[in-house]
Every structure is written in structure tokens, then in C-alpha cells.
Design a protein around this ligand. Sequence first.
Ligand SMILES: Cc1cc2nc3c(=O)[nH]c(=O)nc-3n(C[C@H](O)[C@H](O)[C@H](O)COP(=O)(O)O)c2cc1C
Length: 247
Amino acid sequence: MVKRMTAGFIILSVAVVFILTACGSEKKETASDAGSASVENGEETSGGTNAQESPEVSDGKSEKEKILIAYFTWADNTKVDNPDAVDVDASTSASVLPPGNAAMLAGWIQEEAGGDLFSIQVTEPYSSDYDECLDRAADEEAKKARPPLKSRVEDMDSYDIVFLGFPNWWYTIPMAIHSFVEEYDFSGKTVIPFVTHGTGGLASCIDDLKSALPGSVTVLEPIGIYRDDVKSAKPKIQKWIADWRNG
Ligand SMILES: Cc1cc2nc3c(=O)[nH]c(=O)nc-3n(C[C@H](O)[C@H](O)[C@H](O)COP(=O)(O)O)c2cc1C
């Protein structure tokens, strides 16, 4: 009787140990699977899916990669009394009617990368006259002005990546970009600049933007698009975003 009980106890113990071991190894496999699938090109994926295929990531709402696309464009920062009178083919006046050049680029970035759009707007619009706008911009730059902005990004802290777009104004960033970056704590964020320009290229834009941001910000490779090329720049934006994704 005692012998039978001992044998029964041993069989039961072996069974318990077997079940526990099986559960343990199952759990371990799941964890290591997740580990190998979760980092691909430094981006979060789930269950081995490519980051771009993940709906969480592609709409920019992933916890790990929430994207904001903030841009400043003249067209959203001026008032045009008579839009019909604007000669949209004239290179100096083309961008007073929405969508402005930076806005167009922002839209394509959103199509490719997901994320939320935010138009940076000053409280006092610039003149829609090119020369008057040039004068005010030069004056603001000389005075290191910080033109007040109309609205704030809701919950800026939740964004990890900020695509930041603007035109080259007087070889540098519009002063409204200073206002914008000074309104928030950018520490630890990644900033990806996109710039549109006349014939001047990026000039001092990126250096000046970096100086305006805290040292802990990672500023990635910018793209610069000449204003006359903006309308046909979608493929360039697609390639730039793909290159960024592929790290
Ligand atoms: C006030 C002002 C200053 C500008 N300064 C420059 C400049 O220094 N270099 C340059 O290449 N283009 C300059 N431009 C041209 C703009 O960068 C270009 O037209 C840009 O595509 C406009 O983009 P937006 O439509 O998003 O405002 C200036 C435009 C304005 C209105």
C-alpha cells in the first residue's frame, strides 16, 4: 500500500515537473520571438511584420513612433484680398495661395510616413505683397523677433518624431520657426527638416535650426526642394521617406 502510494506520488511529481517545464519553454519561445521581431531598422514592428505594413506605425500613432508634421508656409500666413487677381505662374506670388510649397511637401510626407499635420501660423499675417513680406521678414530677423503664434500643438510631449518644414527666408529659417521650437520641450525628440527655397538652397537653415534646438535633439538628413520643382516633388519625397525608413 505504502509502496503503491510512493509510486503514485513519484508519477504525479514527474507529471507536474513535465507540465511546468513545458509551460516555461513555451513562454520563453514567445518572448524571444517577440524580441527578434520587434526591432527592424530600429523601428517597432509587431509579430515580424514590417514597420511600414503595421497600421499602428503607418498612421503615426505607434507609441514608439508618434509623428508630427509641422510646417510654416507663407500661404497660411497671409491674407489675399482678391485671390483671382493672383498670378499663380509668377514665381514670386505662386505661394500666397494655399497650398503653399511647404504645405504641399507636408501633405506628401503624411501620405508616406503617417502622422499628424500642424500648420504653424503667426497671429499677425504677413503681407501678400512679396516685397513687403521680404521687408518684414528681414526686419524680424535683424531684431531676432519671435512672432507670436496662433495656436499650440496639443500634447507635444507625445510626439517622438517631428518633421519640420519651412521656406528658406533670407538664407535662414523664418523667425516663426524660432517661436515654434521655443514653445515646446524638444529634448530627446528626432527632428527631420524639409525646406523649400528660391535659388538659395538650404543656406544656413539647418545650422540655425540645430542651434535653436536643445543638444539632445537628433536632427536627421533634411530635404531641400527648389520652389519650381515642388509640384513634381512627390517621388523625391517618397524616396527620401523610404531612405529614412530603411535607416
Ligand atoms: C520673405 C521671403 C524671403 C525669402 N528668402 C529666400 C532666400 O533667402 N533664399 C531663397 O532661396 N529663397 C527665398 N525665398 C523664396 C522661398 O523660400 C520660396 O519661394 C519657397 O518655395 C516658399 O515656400 P512657401 O510657399 O512654403 O512659403 C524667400 C521668400 C520670402 C517670402
